[in-house]
Design a protein around this ligand. Structure first.
Ligand code: HEM
Length: 406
């Protein structure tokens, strides 16, 4: 690393995000991992990997190498120091050379398979599995594809440049050769994120209006960060749920505007609750029309998902749209249709202090009653424990391996 770059890294370490003249550098070291309460970047590349080595030392070596590469890349550096030995593969593939850091964050998580897999405690970690780290139940309507679900380790790159996000995960996967291999991956994008702007999803609705505020430490302590109830290595960490949700866009696009608005319980253009005008007007679930019918339908998405309907449960949503092209379909029932349908939708990502009182609590109800279910199918996903932040000199999850010393 050159001296100017080292200086930048030091600033980023000391003072949160910094501007390198071309883009922001998000802090890598600190009490929490990046990419959770970071203002959403425009692109993501998320990957779940399976551990193929059964040696604990290999996992530790991998996490050490990942931490060092992630710290470098978050500052706009190559994954490893570049070499000049032309007889060797270059330590970095080079597609991010000369590009800014683009607010890259890398968020690491541990899947259930790190603790126990096929009944085997491969790494002597089973006793450290937190109580809150349950397996996700099967929800109503789930159509999860095994090859797009689960994983022993997760890493999510988020950046304001898709090439930077992919480069980062590609290099982490490269460092994992022989220890872990990619199980599945998902790209995503979102436009129109800003401190005072809510982005729209592919259904055309503002998505993120009623999210706990990322700049409110009290709300984050309450709903996102694991506190004293968790094991030491999870304190300051969080649990992430990923869901790959296909949306039947062809079907949705043929629905009348008022039906679309009833489905969500919000107006499409303003984002306000039905019957109101301001995007941030509070949701009044008791409001009724002249005939005494609820203005926000009983099965509207926001009614069922609201904290008031779930004993105060809240999660921090960080969803990205995805677009994976089209699939060929045949319908063998009238109208005997053959054609193409989009494989596009929402890569739903949410963080919470405890999945039992977060995603599981809220989604159990949505999966059963949400009007949106007519248009969406959950085809993949995972639940990962994202350890607390990384202090300089530490590697991600170090405290987990220390407390379970052999
Ligand atoms: C394709 C799938 C989904 C779409 C398109 C979608 C879209 C939306 C939209 C447009 C809103 C209203 C604006 C806002 O407050 O952000 C919303 C709110 C919300 N959604 Fe979803 N959502 C989806 C899936 C889910 C899932 C799987 C959950 C799981 C728990 C969820 C939880 C929530 C919550 C908690 C709110 C806030 C409710 C409130 O407090 O008003 N959503 N969603």
């Amino acid at each position: 690393m050159d001296t100017a770059a080292e200086a930048l890294v030091d600033v980023a370490r000391a003072s949160g995000s910094v501007d390198d003249g071309r883009s922001q550098i998000e802090p890598f070291w600190g009490p929490h991992q990046g990419g959770i309460t970071t203002l959403m970047q425009s692109h993501t590349y998320a990957a779940a990997l399976d551990l193929i080595s059964t040696k604990r030392e290999d996992v530790i070596r991998l996490l050490r190498a990942w931490t060092s590469a992630a710290a470098r890349m978050s500052c706009g550096q190559t994954a490893q120091a570049t070499g000049r030995d032309v007889a060797q593969p270059a330590p970095d593939s080079g597609e991010a050379l000369g590009l800014p850091a683009a607010r890259l964050t890398l968020t690491f998580g541990f899947g259930a398979g790190l603790f126990v897999k096929d009944g085997k405690d491969r790494f002597s970690l089973e006793a450290q599995r937190p109580q809150a780290f349950v397996d996700l139940p099967r929800f109503n309507g789930d159509e999860l594809i095994e090859t797009r679900t689960g994983g022993d380790l997760s890493v999510q790159a988020c950046a304001d440049d898709p090439q930077i996000a992919f480069h980062a995960v590609r290099h982490l996967a490269r460092l994992a050769y022989g220890v872990a291999q990619m199980r599945w991956a998902q790209t995503g994008f979102i436009s129109g994120v800003g401190p005072n702007q809510t982005p729209r999803n592919l259904m055309g609705f503002k998505d993120g209006t009623s999210n706990p505020a990322i700049n409110d430490p009290t709300a984050m302590e309450r709903f996102v960060w694991v506190g004293g109830e968790g094991p030491d290595w999870m304190r300051g960490g969080s649990y992430v749920v990923w869901r790959r949700i296909r949306i039947a866009l062809e079907h949705w696009d043929r629905m009348p505007l008022d039906f679309q608005e009833q489905t969500f319980g919000r107006h499409k253009y303003s984002g306000s609750p039905l019957g109101l005008e301001g995007e941030f007007d509070p949701l009044d679930l008791n409001a009724v029309d002249r005939d005494g019918n609820p203005i926000i339908p009983e099965s509207a998405h926001v009614r069922l998902a609201a904290a008031a309907s779930n004993e105060g449960a809240q999660i921090l949503r960080r969803p990205y749209s995805y677009n994976d092209g089209v699939n060929f379909i045949t319908e063998r029932w009238p109208p005997w249709r053959q054609g193409m349908e989009y494989d596009a939708g929402l890569f739903f990502v949410c963080y919470q202090r405890d999945p039992r009182t977060g995603f599981i609590k809220i989604f159990d109800k949505l999966a059963k009653f949400d009007m949106l279910n007519q248009f969406v199918t959950h085809t993949g996903g995972g639940l990962f424990a994202c350890p607390g932040g990384i202090a300089q000199g530490e590697f991600v999850g170090q405290r987990l391996f220390e407390t379970s010393r052999l």
